[in-house]
Design a binder for this molecule. Structure first.
Ligand SMILES: Nc1ncnc2c1ncn2[C@@H]1O[C@H](COP(=O)(O)OP(=O)(O)O)[C@@H](O)[C@H]1O
Ligand SMILES: [Mg+2]
Length: 460
């Protein structure tokens, strides 16, 4: 994404991808109930502006003590103290004492601070507090002067926050909404006992928005992640030059190349783990090539996932200490998260750990827990995001291929369907159907014919 002079990137994950930033010099009003995430959103806008784009940011807050603001934002991954020391951020928290002279004093303080500090980004948090402090008439006068000062400066992009109280539909000072270039309403709804956050972009000058209601999430260490649907044409092709080579010639030949950035779907029968003939060639590739793997299970604790890896790995002599360094396993209980929260948690983990390969295990849990439409949009959003990131991802689903998951299966670049074990040629074998691969033709392999892939059993 190139940054032109008339665009101001917020630095908020997902938001800029979707809107391409906001017009520079614009005034954006964010309104919503207390706790919706307005302050966090605005803080992230200032924080990233300073940190990533070298733009000075001024925060003018009413009521909430600076110390609390800083602590809360630090938990959300934003260290304002450092930026303040570097002179990139200025926090001005104004006292909640009302007096006759306050309005004039505040106006003067703000105008002086804006003129002296010359911020590129400004946040006023929030309107009802201004009115509480200054009273209705003085509050309006203050805002008019301040906003006028902001509006006449084409280089300041501003967010003005307004709390709305339950039952209230609009702003305390409606004229602000009229002069604003953008209006965003934030909502935190309780659904199924969980908080679901969304932002509704009611107005954004000069922007075409296919979807105006987009979920977002507040995430520890990251702040805000917005889940606007990624627009598919921005997706790069998988890196056809680099691929992951499984350490098993016959499996590799049947499967074809696994290009970096591929999205791989593996369906296994209910209750069945992947056979070692499929796991070991992957684990050997991990160890030999130094592939960093993050595994996230939605159904099993990490210890049980480890056993499934460790036992066959030990049996077939894969270097365990290397494996431990390269594979990280986490588990999330999908019943404890809303879909957007789960998605943002996964994305935040991926972005902080930066694995070469992500394994998402137990996706059928989500399929059961949430309505089909919600599950599919979770999946499509996540698969598109990982494609854009060129992150090779393996989606493991314990399910037969039914209509319910057909979209999920179809969206994969490589699709494997594992069958239940059958007795064959005097032993037992598991049939793995390669329904889709870059070879362009479906194939099947039988694990009893893949014994060479396991190598010698090493009893230790
Ligand atoms: N680490 C966190 N992860 C997710 N949500 C959090 C975290 N810390 C605080 N929150 C939530 O953030 C909300 C407060 O956000 P804030 O931006 O102050 O809202 P607003 O300014 O709209 O009142 C609270 O509802 C709180 O539950
Ligand atoms: Mg707030």
């Amino acid at each position: 994404m190139s940054i032109s002079d008339d665009v101001c990137l917020t630095g908020i994950k997902g938001f800029d991808d979707y809107l391409g930033g906001v017009p520079r010099g614009s005034l954006i009003v964010i309104m919503g109930h207390p706790g919706a995430g307005k302050t966090t959103f605005a803080a992230k806008f200032l924080y990233e502006g300073a940190r990533r784009f070298g733009e000075r940011g001024l925060y003018i807050g009413f009521g909430e003590p600076e110390r609390k603001f800083k602590k809360f934002m630090k938990d959300l991954g934003m260290d304002f103290e450092v930026l303040e020391r570097e002179g990139m951020i200025k926090l001005v928290t104004l006292p909640a004492i009302a007096s006759r002279d306050a309005a004039e004093m505040l106006t003067e303080t703000v105008v002086r601070t804006v003129n002296g500090f010359r911020p590129k980004r400004l946040v006023i948090d929030n309107l009802p507090a201004v009115v509480d402090v200054l009273g209705d008439v003085a509050g309006r006068a203050f805002l008019r002067t301040t906003l006028y000062n902001i509006l006449t400066r084409e280089d300041i992009t501003a967010i003005v926050i307004s709390d709305m109280y339950r039952g209230e539909k609009r702003l305390v000072i409606p004229s602000v909404e009229v002069v604003a270039d953008g209006v965003i309403v934030m909502k935190a709804e309780v659904r199924g006992g969980m908080i679901v956050r969304k932002l509704i972009i009611e107005k954004m000058k000069g922007k075409r928005m296919p979807v105006v209601e987009v979920p977002f999430s507040l995430v520890k260490g990251e702040g805000v992640i917005v889940f606007a649907p990624p627009l598919t044409y921005e997706i790069p092709a998988p890196r056809f030059t680099s691929s992951i080579k499984l350490k098993c010639e016959s499996l590799h030949r049947a499967l074809g190349p696994i290009y970096v950035g591929s999205q791989i779907v593996i369906c296994t029968p209910i209750g069945m783990a992947l056979p070692p003939e499929a796991i070991i060639p992957f684990l050997k590739a991990v160890v030999e090539e130094g592939i960093k793997v993050l595994m996230i299970s939605l159904t099993n604790p990490s210890i049980s996932m480890w056993c499934r890896i460790e036992n066959p790995a030990r049996k077939y002599g894969v270097d365990m200490s290397k494996l431990r360094d390269l594979i990280e396993i986490m588990s999330f209980n999908p019943a404890a998260y809303s879909v957007t929260k789960l998605m943002s948690t996964i994305i935040a983990e991926v972005e902080s750990r930066k694995p070469d390969v992500l394994v998402l295990h137990g996706l059928e849990a989500l399929n059961t827990l949430c309505p089909p439409r919600e599950f599919m949009s979770f999946y499509l959003n996540i698969i598109t995001r990982f494609r854009k990131m060129s992150l090779t991802t393996i989606y493991m689903v314990s399910s037969n291929i039914t209509d319910e998951i057909s979209l999920m299966v179809n969206a994969g670049d490589i699709v494997l369907a594992v069958s239940a074990p059958t007795t064959i040629r005097g032993g037992y074998s598991v049939r793995i159907d390669i329904l889709k691969s870059y070879l362009g033709e479906p194939r099947a392999v039988f694990t009893d014919q893949l014994k060479e892939c396991l190598g010698k059993e090493s009893f230790r």
